[in-house]
Design a protein around this ligand. Structure first.
Ligand code: NAI
Ligand code: BAL
Length: 505
């Protein structure tokens, strides 16, 4: 079902695409109030894809008004969980029907290899929507053990109007991670896609209306962080913001909440994720394959990317040889060619940021032992930088590009200290043949997700989010994500003969 097509087929789909250009508010595509637009560019070719509505705070105000109206009149919230489930399942089906179109749109907009869009982003987004849809009519609320004189119900209620502020690295999937649980819970959403990647979000909003999700429930306001993200963060009638992006912008949302209505804020921010390889790792081939996948999948534009390889000195040389061999299999080039695993970086400015780490490696005289080439001012080859120390910027800062730094250790304590020597704490992976060492490291490394003898982000059933500056306020995915989008209400019903004063203490 989600097998890749050929390059010729993808190019034919690209040539026939109708790209959305306007914001989507109250069930209709609308230009920005100001009439302004911004240009959406295919980063791989530099070609203009579309002129998109550049909204501002007046469009945000209108979207919030419509989302609030939809929430209060109950056109979605008051549908039974089973009815919301059916509409979300229909949306998932429509995504499936349009899977090739969505994969190509995502690839053109972001520079991601279409092969990954087709085999990961689109099917995982569909699965996420289905999973949250299927969850919603199987959740029970609670009662509390208060004794015979009262009945106490603890019920979840949808939190209200939710601003979903999205990044550009997994536009469709991050949309699904946010709207899946939010819509299932009965909330209304205002989605603000990253300016770099607006197209698939707009298309999904249109499909949501077709699926029976009522007008006003799923709104998309396009534009910049300053003009759209900030007004959402500061809005007095937005009940929650769910954000994925950089830690500095995440901090801003906490300030916006403090300066406005104390809206709930859930942040999924950056990472500087280690892969720790012990000298008792059983299969160095498997380790190499997983590390390469972790580091270079999605060009390393991934908050959970393996960014630091921390390897025992005794196995380092052998592992490097195998990593080198796997890296050579990852071809860089045209994202619409399914043979390529490395596409374009998302934008010129992001390319410049990633390239600055290559420049630093040279300035610091670190060993660039593989890759390091750049093409057309937008492609960067998978690159290995060895002998990196914790003092280096490559060890400390999120690169968000296809560069893997390598550092060696000699003892388990040293490995743990290196892994934790970061302000981030999103993910880590551990490679060892010893159960004891695996448990020791998974307990001692401070991160929200730790994989053993593999790289991955879990599946829809597992929570995703970080410790330290990688996250705040909750997790994406799983039943825990559902709870982000709910308030807990306690209802205490006195059934005693006595006065209320005596009953509630
Ligand atoms: N955790 C993750 O998945 C992501 C991490 N990043 C990291 O962030 C770095 C910078 O990328 P950016 O695109 O600049 O990320 P960003 O955090 O600035 O952007 C994420 C979202 O926040 C919005 N935004 C930006 N400034 C805002 C503001 N002042 N107020 C409200 N909303 C605002 C953006 O328009 C976008 O929708 C990357 O190089 C990478 O290191 C970027 C994207 C995703
Ligand atoms: N890898 C999914 C989360 C993110 O990169 O933002």
């Amino acid at each position: 079902m989600h097998e890749p097509l050929t390059a010729t087929e993808y190019k034919a789909i690209a040539a026939g695409l109708q790209l959305p250009t306007n914001a989507f508010i109250d069930g209709a595509f609308r230009p920005a109030n100001s009439g302004k637009t911004f240009t959406s560019i295919n980063p791989a070719t530099g070609e203009v894809l579309a002129e998109i509505a550049a909204c501002d705070s007046s469009d945000v105000d209108f979207a919030v008004e419509k989302a609030r109206e939809a929430f209060e009149d109950g056109r979605w919230r008051l549908r039974s969980p089973g009815e919301r489930k059916e509409a979300l399942l229909k949306l998932a089906k429509l995504l499936e029907r349009n899977r090739h179109e969505l994969a190509v749109m995502e690839s053109l907009d972001s520079g991601k290899p279409v092969r990954e869009c087709q085999t990961v982003d689109v099917p995982d987004s569909i699965h996420t929507l289905r999973w949250h849809a299927e969850l919603i009519d199987k959740l029970y609320d609670n009662t509390a053990p208060v004794g015979a004189n009262a009945l106490t119900m603890i019920v979840r209620e949808p939190i209200g109007v939710v601003g979903c502020v999205l990044p550009w690295n997994f536009p469709l999937l991050m949309l699904a991670w946010k709207i899946g649980p939010a819509l299932a819970a009965g909330c209304s959403v205002i989605v603000k896609p990253a300016q770099e990647t607006t197209l698939t979000t707009l298309r999904v909003a249109e499909l949501a209306l077709e699926a029976g999700i009522p007008a006003g429930v799923f709104n998309v306001v396009t534009g910049s962080g300053r003009e759209v993200g900030e007004p959402i963060g500061l809005h007095m009638d937005v009940d929650m913001v769910a954000f994925t992006g950089s830690t500095p912008t995440g901090r801003r949302f906490l300030r916006y909440a403090a300066d406005s209505n104390l809206k709930k804020v859930v942040l999924e921010c950056g990472g500087k994720n280690p892969a720790v390889v012990l000298d008792d790792a059983e299969d160095l081939d498997l380790v190499a394959e997983q590390v390469v996948n972790g580091a270079f999948w999605n060009m390393g534009e991934n908050c959970s990317a393996t960014s630091r390889l921390i390897v025992h000195a005794r196995v380092k040389d052998e592992l490097m040889k195998r990593i080198g061999a796997y890296m050579r299999e990852w071809k860089t080039g045209d994202p619409l060619d399914p043979e390529n695993r490395i596409g374009a970086l998302v934008s010129k400015s992001h390319y410049e940021k990633v390239k600055s780490f290559l420049d630093d490696a040279k300035t610091e005289k670190l060993s660039v032992t593989q890759g390091g080439e750049t093409y057309n001012g937008i492609f960067i080859e998978p690159t290995l930088v060895e002998d990196v120390t914790p003092a280096s910027r490559l060890f400390q800062e999120e690169i968000f590009g296809p560069i893997l730094s390598v550092t060696t250790f000699n003892t388990l304590a040293e490995a743990t200290a290196l892994a934790n020597d970061t302000n981030y704490g999103l993910t880590a992976s551990v490679y060892t043949g010893s159960l004891r060492n695996a448990i020791r490291l998974t307990r001692d490394i401070r991160a929200g997700l730790i994989t053993v003898n593999c790289f991955g982000e879990g599946d829809a059933t597992t929570p995703f989010g970080g410790y330290k500056e990688s996250g705040f306020g909750g997790r994406d995915k799983s039943v825990f994500a559902h709870d982000n989008y709910c308030e807990l209400k306690t209802i205490w019903i006195d059934i005693s003969d006595r006065s209320v004063d005596e009953t509630i203490r």
